[in-house]
Design a protein around this ligand. Structure first.
Ligand code: 3HC
Length: 303
């Protein structure tokens, strides 16, 4: 059955080469998914070679883990690794038919990236953005061909979260939208088409949960208590563990975007912002260590 608002799937273009702009954790996670599920070459770029290499190392490490768990045969693992390449030379995007950006969540940065890429890619290539809460339309405001623009929002951890928010803007052509839906399906995800509004659907709700958990912290309830108090209500993980998963800076930034868009409905927590400055390097690989985070937070912020 065709999802609500989806155009005829016959309009979808084939995707034979994928470009991923940005080699951070989220970008690396979905670059791997593209290579694994679409089995097409995936080219990753970033500002410098060390960032690119870090992304490629992450992907190779994940492929090795999947092979060790018996999820991938050795041939499959080798094939996927061979499909992924990294460079700082964006001219190599020329033959990509699907390019997706996951660079820093700042409008000007994303606009600049698209301005740089559009003249390189073909007339029909699609430009997708993985923005979590910025306006897709504004990101593509300076495109010569805004029909190629679509939002394509993944969730952490990309390998297991089943959803993609596909964001249609006024200019998005039916063939772009149909291609986005077809790509999501090939990636093994459910896609929903959302309006281009801050936070789309999912981050609006998550920003509420994270914001109110952070408000409880600001009001003096220690982090592990907030985490434990919410455990029995059936969330897959506590709000601070979730913040840790998405990244403190990303979470604080989503919060800021929601506050800017709807000041009367969202809350900017001073503790969340202070922790974003110090928590990331402490905890990135230590999910669930909320006691450690709590101590770190108390050092940084006088409650
Ligand atoms: N990368 C790859 N695979 C991962 C992973 C990761 N980071 N984390 C977990 N997994 C896999 C595990 O390998 C395991 O796979 P297997 O069953 O095939 O071995 C499977 O996921 C389940 O993992 P666990 O048994 O260790 O853990 P849980 O059952 O507790 O589930 C979870 C982990 C799926 C992450 C679950 O806790 C969850 O759903 N949490 C909520 C996540 C969420 O809400 N994400 C949205 C964040 S918002 C966002 O990303 C938007 C952005 O714009 C901010």
């Amino acid at each position: 059955k065709r999802p609500a608002g989806a155009p005829d799937r016959e309009l979808a273009h084939p995707v034979k080469k994928v470009g991923v702009i940005g080699a951070g954790l989220m970008a690396s996670q979905f670059a791997l998914l593209f290579a694994r599920r679409l089995r097409v070459p995936v080219l990753i770029t970033d500002l410098d070679q060390s960032r690119v290499d870090k992304g490629i190392d992450y992907i190779y490490g994940e492929v090795d883990k999947m092979q060790e768990k018996g999820r991938l045969s050795r041939d499959d693992a080798n094939q996927i690794k061979a499909l992924v390449s990294g460079t700082t030379d964006k001219s190599l995007y020329a033959d990509c038919d699907w390019v997706i950006e996951a660079v820093f969540e700042e409008l000007g940065v994303k606009q600049q990236v698209f301005a740089e890429i559009e003249p390189i890619i073909s007339e029909t290539a699609i430009l997708a953005t993985n923005t979590s809460s910025l306006s897709v339309e504004e990101i593509g405001a300076n495109l010569a061909n805004p029909e190629r623009l679509v939002g394509f929002h993944f969730f952490n951890p990309v390998a297991v979260m089943p959803l993609i928010e596909v964001v249609k803007v006024e200019t998005t052509s039916d063939s772009t939208l149909a291609t986005a839906m077809a790509v999501a399906k090939k990636l093994g995800k459910s896609a929903v088409i959302t309006a281009d509004r801050p936070g789309f659907v999912v981050n609006r709700l998550l920003a509420k949960v994270m914001g109110e958990a952070a408000r409880a912290l600001d009001e003096g309830t220690p982090m592990p208590v907030v985490e434990r108090a919410l455990a029995p209500i059936g969330l897959p993980m506590g709000p601070f563990e979730l913040i840790d998963l998405v990244g403190w800076k990303v979470a604080a930034h989503v919060q800021d975007t929601m506050v800017a868009a709807f000041p009367e409905r969202f809350y900017a927590s001073p503790n969340l912002h202070a922790l974003a400055e110090i928590a990331e390097p402490l905890t990135k690989t230590k999910l669930g260590k909320v006691e450690d985070l709590s101590k770190a937070g108390k050092k940084a912020v006088k409650l």
